[in-house]
Design a protein around this ligand. Sequence first.
Ligand code: ADP
Length: 598
Amino acid sequence: MTETAAMPQDKDPMDTIPPKPDTMRLVKRLIRQYLKPYMGTLGLAFFFMMIAAAMTAGIAQMMQPVLDGVLNVDSQGTMIWSVAAALFGTFFLRGISTYLHVILMNKIGQNIVADIQTALFAKFMNLDLAFFHANPSGQLISRVVNDVNVMRIAVSDALTGLGKSSLTLLFLTGVMFYQDWKLSLAAFIIFPFAAIFVALLGKRLRRVSGSIQDEMAGLSDLLSQIFQGIRQVKAYGMEDYERDRAGKAIKKVKNLNMKSVRTGNLSTPVNEILVGIVLFGVIGYGGTQVANGEMTGGQLGAFLAAFIMAYEPMKKLAKLNNTLQTGLGAAERVFALMDRDITINDPATPATLSETKPDIVFESVGFCYPEGDGKALDGVSFTAQSGQVLALVGPSGGGKSTIINLIPRFYDADEGAIKINGQDIKNVSMASLRSHIALVSQDITIFDDTVSNNIRYSKPEATQEEIERAARMAYAHDFISTMPDGYETRLGEDGVRLSGGQKQRISIARAVLRDAPILLLDEATSALDNESEHAVQQALEELQHGRTTIVIAHRLSTVQNADNIIVLDKGQIVEQGKHEDLLALGGVYAQMYQVGLS
Ligand code: ADP
């Protein structure tokens, strides 16, 4: 059985995402599900934001005593030290409170990221194999890493913007009105123009951001495919071709990013021009007032300081919508994954299997892969007798792996029923079903971990003695003992590489340790060296002993010793019986046997 079935390349499965829900629903969901636990921290952050905002307004207001009391020669320097001390105090407080609210907001943002990533991963773990075949791993990684990070930036920026920028703006506006309310009203006429413009930009930006995340996901997926298939790439001299493909994908992401930057920053020149117009008017009108003695230089100075300082929070507020739209685009994709239906579930009242020698019965089973064309199995009925070996043979694509996929409920049969010990597997809890099964497949995953932990994967609570016993029974103990740190040697990418036969034996040791009554076996087709071949063969024979075994047989020896043989072709059973009977029948099996011998 191959666990990495071909993935459809021509279709982006993410485009099955439901229609865009409205902004308010997304925001509400974010708040309800993810922000709620951090309301206390958020309250504290807002408190420090308020202090920082008040201090900013204080600095603007202090321009009045600085200009009128310190810089004005008529004041005779009486206020110098008090004004200096007050300014120092204001900056000091602003610095401390800014630091604190930034830290608190980051704490919230990082926690939300971790919460979403954990929830998303937990969801992935519960989704069925069909989902993983439909969604390339690169795309899923991109959702967990990129999209969630974009959401974090949006949440932190939006909250900080709403809190700090609006408070700062409010206090600075207060200073302006305090100094000259008529001038203030005139200055704020620019607001509605800026707001309309920004709203228009936001829509466009959300669309671009969606495409960026799509292309990024595509790029991650492409890269992970190329790295995984690097042997093929080199063997067929496809380096240039792949360089080209990756280059194109990278360029696409770059271009989209540039489009987003151009759109997102369009508000800057527009706002600068608007502010320039207002400053022109304020200096013209205010300057005349000062010249006529209707206003002091300090008052106009404080007004100007407040207006110029208000520009920064205003800019931030204007960009807030953009940030929010980008984040909401990402949130939509993440939520779409979170809301996926889990099709293979425990029944409402699950039964438990408790049989040490179960039989497995297929009753007119029909099955079609979600992306498959046509039936992979059609009206398949057979019984795997308790404690016996049932061999599946037949041409490639006949349905052998599919039979093995249906027993642990990697997929659910569309028609008919599969019964273990008379119980329909759909009525049994998944945990109980899977605890009855050990699976030894062709492509074996060796994790970046010690030998012991790699074997322990099938039984986390196993003791070291149990692990060693399993390794001995799998004929793996000898080669493990010659490794630098024995059972503590690290395997995988960062550690020792194993030969094909050694990997097989580690996976057999896993199955031995599992000690499950049902054994699903996909014999290796790739050639092993003689010694490995013999050891693997012997280990497998011992493993089968006393268990109900279904084996996809590639070797004549396995087939001859099997208690029953099923010949599958195009999803249907074409012959069934013992080796001798099938030979005598002179049909498909007899032909295959002749070819195998010649
Ligand atoms: P065998 O193990 O005998 O080679 P399989 O059980 O793998 O055959 O395949 C049976 C049929 O199902 C084939 O037509 C194959 O193309 C199809 N198939 C197998 N896996 C998938 C999948 N993940 N998605 C779609 N079709 C699949």
